[in-house]
Design a protein around this ligand. Structure first.
Ligand code: NAD
Length: 459
């Protein structure tokens, strides 16, 4: 940890933009975790006995409280991870605004379903699983806990939330708002890093909902395997953008810049690789460079800042190492490329890249857009699929049928045509390949938080 550094008993959160202490909180002693899980099992007996609608109505007033507190939570999130203030407040506001509708969607998804044939009538019931461990990353420090906690609770599980050590304080504030309404012991915080996370995974929990890196996901799967715990894994990405020869290049370049540099590239569906038709490469690159020059990197608390720092020195070093290796192997720097002071990395565009470079295959999670040309559609698809990851992707082209045809050949969970990869309301947020299995949102996502039971009788 560098933004969150520990003495023996305190986790201290440090602003990565200026090194100031944001606050500190006591670590959960690892030896307490098993007992906390037992207490959560006890609380689950009462919570799980309520009806789906009763649980939903207990949580519903939390939406208004979250709205009241959105500015404060956004400010805290901005200081903990260096996200520009407007984006951090936007995350808190989005979480609060979507809250009520999400409750309704979860209730709909988990309601009983009746199936009947000539002999038998069956009810599919979505019963609680028991105790859920929610382990979350730092890059969306309000939304990620929320998307794990809300469906788990409404499904009738009790939850132990172990947020990232980088953004623990804001996650605690989010949980304390829910706890104004929840019965005691239904939602409990576990404070710490991978040590506390691992203790939770090894404890007597029934469901592990994890969002984070592929490497941690593999460790969790391995630790959860011997006891056959149910695991939901939302992991990293290496999203491609394909720019076809008929694309609206202003639109495509604006998307590329926004989606590569938002949150300093620390977004699971950041555009990290761009494949552009050779016929429009020069024009597209010129537009990208121009739009990148208009970004303002600096103090995240200033209204006009669009790009903040890396979350910590370790993340910066990882990104700089990928950039430097690519440049040493022949990549051309069209913007940024230099390390910058403190935890900052200037928004960087690299051209003349190829797939022998690590930066074209493995997640970067920094403000770097790599641009490679293609000479045929088959080549574009082959390059887009040449990564272990498969979270999101985008294809830009005016002939929508042709662009959709390309999109269908990209092996990711989500693909956007002339837009980002997020789907309409009610769609899951889903990955393929090393981006994990198990996913959030939509009826398909919400039902993973419950045990399906089939109760049958003669017609
Ligand atoms: P990380 O894997 O380092 O940590 C995630 C969480 O796991 C933290 O709370 C951490 O303390 C905990 N942890 C670490 N070791 C553990 C262990 N052995 N057992 C249990 N818990 C453990 O990830 P990060 O750096 O916090 O987040 C960035 C990663 O998250 C990126 O790869 C990004 O793509 C991914 N991400 C994915 C999505 C998605 O929707 N697919 C969304 C956001 C972030």
């Amino acid at each position: 940890m560098s933004t969150a550094c520990a003495n023996d008993s305190l986790l201290t959160s440090i602003n990565p933009a200026n090194g100031e202490v944001v606050g500190s909180i006591a670590f959960t002693p690892v030896e307490h975790v098993a007992r906390m899980v037992q207490q959560a099992h006890a609380a689950q007996q009462t919570w799980g006995a309520l009806s789906l609608r009763e649980r939903a109505e207990i949580l519903r007033p939390a939406a208004a409280r979250l709205t009241q507190e959105a500015a404060r939570l956004g400010d805290l999130a901005s200081r903990e991870l260096g996200k520009p203030l407007a984006e951090a407040v936007g995350e808190a506001t989005y979480t609060a605004t979507a809250f009520a509708q999400e409750i309704d969607q979860i209730v709909d998804a988990l309601a009983d379903i009746t199936r009947a044939d000539a002999r038998t009538t069956s009810i599919l019931r979505h019963a609680p699983l028991g105790v859920c461990a929610a382990i979350t990353p730092w890059n969306f420090p309000i939304l990620m806990p929320h998307q794990s906690v809300l469906p788990a609770l409404i499904a009738g599980n009790t939850v132990l939330l172990k947020p990232s050590e980088e953004t623990t304080l804001v996650a605690c504030e989010y949980a304390s708002i829910l706890n104004e309404f929840l019965p005691h012991g239904v939602l409990t915080m576990v404070i710490g890093d991978g040590t506390q996370g691992r203790a939770l995974v090894l404890s007597d929990v029934n469901l592990i909902v994890f969002t984070g890196s592929r490497e941690t996901g593999k460790r969790i799967l391995s630790d959860a395997g011997p006891s056959l715990k149910r695991v939901i894994l939302e992991l990293g990405g290496k999203d491609p953008l394909i720019v076809l020869d008929d694309a609206d290049l202003d639109l495509a370049a604006a998307f590329a810049v926004r989606n590569s540099f938002r949150n300093a590239g620390q977004v699971c569906v950041s555009t990290e690789r761009i494949y552009v038709d050779a016929a429009v490469r020069a024009e597209f690159l010129a537009k990208m460079v121009e739009k990148t020059a208009a970004l303002k990197q600096g103090d995240p608390s200033e209204e006009t800042t669009t790009v903040g720092p890396m979350v910590n020195a370790r993340q910066k070093a990882k990104v700089v190492a990928q950039i430097d290796a690519a440049i040493a192997a022949g990549a051309t720097v069209l913007a940024g490329g230099s390390a910058g002071s403190g935890n900052f990395i200037a928004p960087t565009i690299l051209a003349n890249v190829n797939h022998t470079m690590e930066i074209m295959r493995e997640e970067t999670f920094g403000p770097v857009a790599c641009v490679q040309k293609f000479d045929s559609l088959d080549e574009a698809v082959r390059l887009a699929n040449d990564t272990p990851f498969g979270l999101g992707a985008a294809v830009f082209g005016r002939d929508v049928a042709r662009a959709e045809g390309i999109a269908a050949r990209i092996n990711t969970g989500m693909v956007g045509v002339n837009q980002g990869c997020g789907g309409a309301d009610g769609c899951p947020w889903v990955g393929a390949k090393d981006s994990g299995y198990g996913f959030h949102s939509g009826p398909e996502g919400h039902r993973q938080f419950a045990q399906v039971r089939v109760i049958s009788r003669p017609v």
